[in-house]
Ligand binder design. Structure first.
Ligand SMILES: NC(=O)c1ccc[n+]([C@@H]2O[C@H](COP(=O)([O-])OP(=O)(O)OC[C@H]3O[C@@H](n4cnc5c(N)ncnc54)[C@H](O)[C@@H]3O)[C@@H](O)[C@H]2O)c1
Length: 416
């Protein structure tokens, strides 16, 4: 494990659950800071884990023969250089979520994976969320008809970052200096899989627009924060709205908002010719299944009324088979989806197969950050997505069936 911040503490809860089954062992850890190393060693010891090798230079860790694969929960700017170096040492890489600084570093990632044959997976836990997999399952069964429009986002009040610049918090510094959809993948990852991006479909272009930026400054003022930056206007707009067009004609609207008070949401919406899921209503409407009836208006003319089902109404029958197995006893962080993403990664490592979120997915999803930055900087001009697959998306070789696939649901991988 390279990078031992708070995220690693959460990841360890899932790792311990899997270590109990003998699926995984932490053989080496690395951080630049002694106090982080000491904290994680303490957690490992309190769980009776064998003491791992300790490094401050990740290059030494990735050279170790005791390491089959590395998890990279460092802060954003270091994910991709570390991933490239690790793949060149033949190690599978699981990078934590985040966006890219440039298109160039994404090409380097793609080339590192293609030239070594080693996989890089973004550990996008939300792809294994119960509702996201439920909707994937229902879409693949045709219940939503032909897909037309999706939405997603990351709306999470993190305005306390206004007061963490001085402590060197990297995420806060990105919000201070940049103006972009900085955290696209929690929402976009599941939607991209549902839309078969990089397998017969791809992101073509985007436009992004930023609102004014007041949230961080307002929080700092409310707290009476006397830091050097907290009461400045941050560059990051409070609400960033991005519209993506896909090769097959679907549109995706994305919202990034981390500086205003509001309940958490990933804004999920998947809409087709026959059905719709909307995360924020907690509802699904499927034509022919959900309530739909005729009423008469005051003039006696008939009109149709459509009513939502609760999303949970569909769990019993349409939960993804992974969730049918674990729904009574999910383990690990974020309601169980962390450990599912990790198991998917470790399964590919063991079989030396391509990870279910592959390097092309990482590149396409992460590119939204630097492309939206470019669009905002040029007055919301459209920006074209690079085709990181170099044409493979047009007629992609079928994948090897796996229970962890996010493209298809392979019944044969779930024997009754
Ligand atoms: N998937 C999720 O649900 C989820 C939740 C929280 C955070 N995250 C992601 O996890 C990552 C880490 O989050 P965090 O809050 O722990 O971040 P953090 O910045 O607090 O901690 C990162 C750690 O990495 C270390 N580090 C940085 N560069 C390094 C290098 N070159 N070599 C070794 N160590 C290095 C830092 O010293 C620090 O201890 C981020 O990408 C974040 O977006 C994901």
């Amino acid at each position: 494990m390279i990078g031992l911040g708070p995220r690693t503490e959460t990841l360890l809860a899932s790792v311990f659950a899997l270590a109990g089954n003998g699926e995984v062992k932490v053989t080496a850890i690395c951080d630049l800071q002694d106090e982080r190393i000491a904290k994680i060693l303490g957690i490992l010891e309190s769980h009776g884990a064998e003491k791992p090798a300790v490094y401050k230079n990740y290059r030494e860790l990735i050279a170790s023969p005791d390491v089959d694969a590395v998890l990279v929960p460092t802060s954003w700017n270091s994910h991709l250089p570390i991933a490239c170096d690790a793949m060149r040492m033949g190690k599978y890489v699981g990078i934590e979520v985040g966006g890219a600084a440039s298109v160039e570093e994404l090409w380097q990632l793609v080339h590192a994976s293609e030239s070594t044959g080693v996989s890089c997976m973004m550990l996008e836990n939300c792809c294994y969320g119960r509702n996201e997999l439920l909707v994937l399952n229902m879409v693949r069964r045709g219940m939503f008809g032909e897909l037309i429009h999706c939405a997603c986002g990351y709306e999470h009040d993190l305005s306390e970052m206004a007061c963490t610049i001085e402590s060197g918090h990297e995420r806060a510094i990105h919000n201070l200096r940049r103006n972009a959809d900085l955290y696209p993948t929690h929402g976009l990852g599941p939607i991209a899989k549902i839309l078969r991006i990089n397998r017969g479909n791809r992101f073509l272009s985007l436009t992004s627009t930023a609102s004014k930026a007041r949230g961080f400054a307002s929080f700092a003022e409310e707290k009476g924060w006397k830091g050097t930056q907290g009461n400045r206007v941050f560059n990051e707009g409070d609400v960033i709205t991005t519209v993506i067009r896909c090769a097959n004609g679907e549109t995706i609207t994305m919202t990034h908002s981390v500086s205003l008070p509001r309940p958490y949401s990933r804004d999920g919406r998947v809409q087709g010719t026959k059905g719709i899921w909307m995360e924020d209503t907690g509802g699904i409407y499927v034509h022919g299944i959900s309530p739909c009836y005729e009423k008469l208006d005051v003039a006696g003319n008939p009109y149709l009324v459509h009513e939502w089902n609760k999303t949970s109404d569909f769990y019993e029958e349409y939960d993804h088979p992974i969730w049918k197995e674990c729904r009574n006893n999910p383990v690990g962080g974020h309601g169980g989806m962390d450990s599912l993403a990790l198991r998917a990664f470790f399964d590919a490592v063991r079989r030396r197969s391509v990870t279910p979120i592959d390097v092309y997915d990482c590149a396409a999803w992460m590119s939204v950050t630097c492309l939206s930055e470019q669009s905002i900087a040029t007055g919301s001009m459209p920006v074209a997505f690079p085709d990181f697959t170099n044409g493979k998306w047009i007629s992609r070789r079928p994948e090897i069936p796996s229970r962890w696939s996010l493209n298809e649901i392979y019944g044969e991988c779930f024997p009754a």
